[in-house]
Design a protein around this ligand. Structure first.
Ligand SMILES: NC(=O)c1ccc[n+]([C@@H]2O[C@H](COP(=O)([O-])OP(=O)(O)OC[C@H]3O[C@@H](n4cnc5c(N)ncnc54)[C@H](OP(=O)(O)O)[C@@H]3O)[C@@H](O)[C@H]2O)c1
Length: 248
């Protein structure tokens, strides 16, 4: 493990597109073993095949992060296949922005279920193994929206603030087990995230914003690699980054 990345077993939720997919590609190219979870089986299976075709090690396990048993099956599958779990990347998320007065209660519920409960289920699935190993690294994905709220983003921002808070609580609690924790808060990155907006007028504005400001998803993958690649005695707790041209 010369670069502290090669040979590590990394479980990634939301690996079927965007940041999760970019991270799987980036880490696999550096010798990481990647275990890919998402609901779209065809996407993660073809990604795993592609990475294996390039000489990497990869496994796809269809996972809906709103069901704890499925997240546990993902992590258990990683440990059964590769003997350990070094990194849990709780990345799956959605962003169906809308003003609160539109009462998009189904959107609120889905956002809370995926963005908060999904992260908790990832922690629950990985922690017992990491405690036993006395080693591991849990990386959660927040957002600039975990630091700021704007009209239309209240529920999404609330979930991303929750991820920041959970990550700091986790950091303090896992010290006895030699587990590292990182929360990464990106700005606008070019992914399918704006497609999760269900209100057409809101979606149009956000798409325009992303077209003007977003940078490639690989920027996030490099942030993950940075946190992972530090020596074991260094715990990178928070990374907040934006496209250079993004003001908000
Ligand atoms: N892009 C940005 O500008 C940006 C900025 C800040 C933070 N983030 C955060 O980055 C993370 C990744 O988002 P992205 O930008 O890469 O968007 P994306 O391209 O839409 O990817 C989202 C991923 O989450 C997965 N997902 C959604 N619901 C799921 C569920 N119930 N179970 C399992 N997987 C589920 C999707 O897979 P399936 O649909 O196949 O299940 C997909 O792989 C999110 O947490 C997002 O909030 C993104």
């Amino acid at each position: 493990m010369g670069n502290n990345i090669e040979g590590k077993v990394v479980v990634i939720t939301g690996a079927s597109s965007g940041l999760g997919e970019a991270t799987a590609r980036h880490l696999s190219a550096q010798g990481t073993i990647v275990v890919l979870g998402a609901r779209r089986a065809d996407r993660i299976e073809s990604l795993a095949d592609e990475l294996i075709g390039r000489g990497g090690k990869a496994l796809a396990i269809t996972t809906d992060v709103t069901h704890y048993d499925q997240v546990k099956r993902l992590v258990d599958g990683a440990v059964q296949t590769y003997g350990r779990i070094d990194v849990m990347l709780n990345n799956a998320g959605l962003m169906p922005h809308s003003p609160l007065e539109r009462l998009k209660i189904d959107d609120w519920n889905r956002t809370i279920d995926v963005n908060i409960k999904g992260v908790l289920y990832g922690i629950a699935a990985a922690l017992p193994y990491m405690k036993q190993q006395k080693a591991g690294h849990i990386i959660n994905v927040s957002s600039v929206a975990g630091h700021k709220v704007r009209p239309g983003s209240a529920v999404y921002a609330a979930t991303k603030h929750a991820v920041l808070t959970l990550s700091e609580g986790l950091r303090q609690e896992v010290k006895p087990y030699n587990i590292r924790t990182t929360v990464i808060s990106p700005g606008a990155l070019a992914t399918e995230l704006p497609d999760t907006i269900t209100e057409p007028d809101v979606a149009e504005n956000i798409h325009k914003f992303y077209e003007a400001f977003a940078i490639p998803a690989d920027s996030f993958a490099r942030a993950v690699a940075f946190a992972m690649s530090q020596p074991a005695d260094m715990d990178v707790n928070e990374i907040l980054f934006r496209p250079t041209r993004q003001e908000l």
